[in-house]
Every structure is written in structure tokens, then in C-alpha cells.
Unconditional design. Sequence first.
Length: 94
Amino acid sequence: MNHQQRQEEKVRLLRQIEQQRLDVIYERRVWLEKTAPYDGYWLRIMAWRRYWLLASGAAALYGARHPNRLIRWARRGIGLLGTLKLLRKTLSPR
């Protein structure tokens, strides 16, 4: 390759790199917009982290002393979550 061809190739590659950078910036913005609701949920969960840890410790102690009761309440909680999910699906506008 002579000097002219190398310069043209360098310019072409620099343009390609610049376009790729612009594409990455655009896709990052799209990604952040689409995941913003999940980030909000995660931040809310993390804000209650201390209480989740205390509650899980208390549940572990309670479960060690009363395993049948803990299993019964866990089943009730799962059933309640399933019922709420079914209601939300049924009543959600389409």
C-alpha cells in the first residue's frame, strides 16, 4: 500500500469508529429508557433492604421453632400473590 491508500484507509476506519460510537451512545439511551421502570423498582427494593434482612432473620428464627406454621404461612403468601396476579391480568385494560 502506498501512502495515499493508507491515509484513505485510516480516514475510512476513523469514520467507521465514530459511527460505531454514535450507535453505542444511541443504544445506551434506548436501553436506559426501556429499563428505567425496573431500575425504579430495584431502587425501592434496595431502600427497604435493612427491613428485608430483619424480616428474613425473624422468619428464619420463627421457622426454626415452628416449621409447620412457617410452611403454612408461606403457602398462603404464595396463594395470595397468585390471586393478585390473576386479578391484575383479568382486570388490566388491553
